[in-house]
Ligand binder design. Structure first.
Ligand code: DNO
Length: 393
């Protein structure tokens, strides 16, 4: 696999020469300054591509060319938004960029409740606590009908939490769930937005009456509109799985399990309609067997995210070391090294290590933590390559 790294553009404090020095071959980035739904101009794409090339790497993957909310829920102006998406794809294709990651999660992208959970070794990691999430849903957002989505035991634990949770913890929960994890990935809410909770409620309201079938139909409409352009330029579009892979906040999610992925790949059956194989997101659902999914979808995978989680019966999950957990990355690496040796791969969500603290990196995107994970992944890749050379796999 090609070793790539998510870099957030010239404002990222991590420099391209540092990335080159640790063996990174390709960069994963986006034009983060352009608002969702607007066209990515060709000159800006070319400028970014050349900037990366000057540092001795290539722009391997766009993560993400965001799909606007209007396309997801089917707004009256979705055809205009789709036209903009097609023009951006064309501009990317002409500039020689052939892998484009996106997601189809309504309103909210990845979800965590704690961005600095201490580990026994003195690092910090990301955590999803189902009860804190339910507290946010029922007691902060006060979503109508939210109680229906939780068991009586869970609701009792929410009530218990309500007795002890402080104002500061409540604010932090809001900041973590809908601001800090969303802003930097061109999400719907940005750092500095006033009253994010009410903004969030407005966004949720758009999805009233939109169930999984409607969202699937909107996905198909999107893919039918953009796949011909992707095919023309040899672009592999690759949808990111839902994180976590389950329905949340009354919103439908359609990339959670094997049935979902089978459906969406068949909905428009062309290599241009591919998958980002995120071992981490898939592993946080107890229903998913990650290596079995890798085996099943290797041919339609255009991009791989290597990370792992430990997921628990109570619905919580935590990022696991890259060598451990439900992601079973050594097996995933065996599958992709054998079947897709050229596919771009990046490590995802590293630990926050002592010297990363206070550096202002986006959550999950520290330097040392990811570098450490990259070292672990390269070690696993070396073992797998040795196994392959000696015909042991
Ligand atoms: C979080 C990321 C996601 C991912 C998008 C792809 O760390 O894995 O935000 O980039 O869902 O569109």
């Amino acid at each position: 696999m090609e070793l790539t790294w998510r870099w957030f553009g010239p404002k990222d404090r991590i420099r391209l020469d540092e990335l080159k020095s640790i063996g990174v071959e390709g960069i994963v980035t986006a034009l983060h300054g352009i608002a969702n739904g607007e066209v990515w101009p060709e000159q800006e794409i070319v400028r970014m591509r050349d900037h990366i090339a000057e540092a001795g790497m290539r722009w391997s993957v766009v993560e993400s060319l965001p799909v606007s909310e209007g396309i997801k829920w089917g707004a009256p102006d979705r055809d205009r938004l789709l036209e903009n998406y097609r023009i951006s794809l064309e501009n990317l294709g002409r500039a020689g960029i052939h892998t484009v990651c996106y997601n189809f999660m309504p309103v909210i992208d990845w979800i965590r409740t704690d961005l600095s959970r201490p580990t026994p070794e003195g690092n910090y990691t990301l955590y999803f606590d189902k009860i804190r999430f339910a507290y946010f849903d029922c007691r902060i957002l006060k979503r109508e009908g939210a109680q229906k989505d939780y068991s009586p035991e869970e609701l009792a634990r929410v009530e218990k939490l309500a007795e002890t949770i402080t104002e500061q913890e409540k604010n932090q929960l809001v900041d973590t769930i809908i601001v800090k994890t969303q802003g930097f990935i061109n999400g719907n809410i940005r750092e500095g937005d006033r009253n994010p909770v009410s903004l969030f409620r407005q966004l949720l309201a758009r999805y009233e009456g939109i169930d999984r079938d409607r969202l699937r139909a909107n996905f198909k409409y999107f893919m039918e509109a953009v796949a011909p352009v992707a095919e023309k330029y040899g672009i592999g579009l690759c949808i990111h799985p839902d994180d976590p892979p389950c329905q949340v906040l009354g919103l439908p999610r359609i990339v959670t399990c094997q049935d979902d992925i089978d459906w969406l790949l068949k909905a428009v059956d062309t290599p241009a309609n591919g998958l980002t194989f995120c071992a981490g997101s898939l592993s946080s659902g107890l229903h998913n067997d990650v290596p079995a999914l890798a085996e099943r979808y290797a041919d339609r995978t255009h991009f791989v995210h290597l990370r792992s989680t430990d997921a628990f019966e109570n619905g919580d999950f935590v990022e696991a070391p890259h060598t451990q957990g439900r992601g079973r990355l050594i097996d995933v690496i065996r599958i992709f090294e054998k079947r897709r040796p050229q596919v771009p791969m990046r490590v995802d969500h590293g630990l926050l290590m002592p010297d990363d603290v206070g550096k202002g990196d986006n959550p999950g995107y520290s330097f040392l933590g990811r570098m450490y994970a990259l070292g672990e992944v390269r070690g696993m890749m070396a073992v797998v390559r040795e196994e392959m050379e000696n015909n042991r796999i």
